[in-house]
Design a protein around this ligand. Structure first.
Ligand SMILES: Cc1cc2nc3c(=O)[nH]c(=O)nc-3n(C[C@H](O)[C@H](O)[C@H](O)COP(=O)(O)OP(=O)(O)OC[C@H]3O[C@@H](n4cnc5c(N)ncnc54)[C@H](O)[C@@H]3O)c2cc1C
Length: 225
């Protein structure tokens, strides 16, 4: 089933994507889900191979209502996924560590997305190039203009898979700890430690020419890593 994403504000929950546990934290809002996917850098892909489940971390990028995965043609993960098996892809942004008065109520603030579906191999060259460009630009907007594009040999060596966003859910926790009434006067610190991914000082690659070194990279904007 392909949904015309331009016409909808929310993904429709299905039997598989309906949150049961703390359902008030669910959102199916397309713009929120796209925002989480665009901000996070790493996804985890869960699938069954040789009759056993495995979950592997990898990079990805979103274009419109699709996410793209890429890797070596020899990747067991990609070779398995392109057979059309059911997969689950998940992305998590950690926003805070939630310290409660009780050990039981410690938690985390987060925004996470779960995508269910089947991936297909991208064979169209222009879509493949666009996907690879999006994956590079996902590390930093505009980076593709400051790097050498893949050559035909590199393109042949790379497999790209597309996963349509149809069965999608997001879960978002915000706010302070939720302690039990009888614990509120206990002498323990409680509250939230906000956390975020932060870029540190650049570490130039060995052998970088003086010219390249002087170029640096495009500065990250303040709300980016
Ligand atoms: C950083 C982080 C830390 C967490 N720590 C814990 C923990 O310590 N213990 C714990 O039990 N849970 C934790 N969770 C929540 C966990 O992801 C599950 O939501 C929860 O365990 C309920 O699982 P369930 O199988 O009962 O979900 P159900 O509500 O039955 O799941 C049904 C469907 O809801 C959707 N869904 C469920 N969870 C998520 C999610 N997180 N994001 C997007 N869609 C979702 C999926 O489509 C899923 O198929 C954490 C989540 C994050 C992001």
């Amino acid at each position: 089933m392909t949904i015309n994403f331009q016409l909808m504000d929310n993904f429709s929950p299905t039997n598989r994507t309906q949150l049961h546990r703390i359902p008030q934290r669910a959102t199916y809002e397309v713009s929120k889900i796209y925002g989480i996917l665009d901000e996070a850098l790493v996804c985890h892909v869960g699938f069954i191979v040789d009759n056993a489940p495995i979950v592997l971390p990898t990079t990805y990028a979103r274009i419109a209502n699709q996410v793209y995965l890429h890797g070596a043609q020899a990747s067991r993960m990609l070779k398995s996924l392109k057979e059309g098996i059911q997969i689950s892809m998940t992305v998590t942004l950690l926003d805070g560590l939630v310290f409660a008065r009780s050990a039981f109520h410690h938690s985390m603030n987060y925004r996470s997305v779960v995508i269910l579906g089947q991936a297909v191999e991208v064979t169209d060259l222009s879509e493949k190039q666009a996907a690879l460009e999006a994956i590079v630009n996902h590390m930093q907007a505009g980076r593709m203009e400051h790097t050498r594009a893949p050559n035909p040999k590199e393109l042949r060596a790379t497999m790209v898979l597309r996963l349509e966003l149809n069965e999608v859910s997001a879960k978002v926790r915000t706010g302070p700890p939720v302690d039990d009434e009888e614990d509120l006067s206990l002498p323990y610190w409680a509250g939230v430690v906000p956390v975020r991914l932060q870029a540190e000082q650049l570490q130039p690659a060995p052998g970088l020419s003086q010219h390249a070194q002087s170029l640096g990279i495009i500065p990250f904007s303040s709300n980016e890593r």
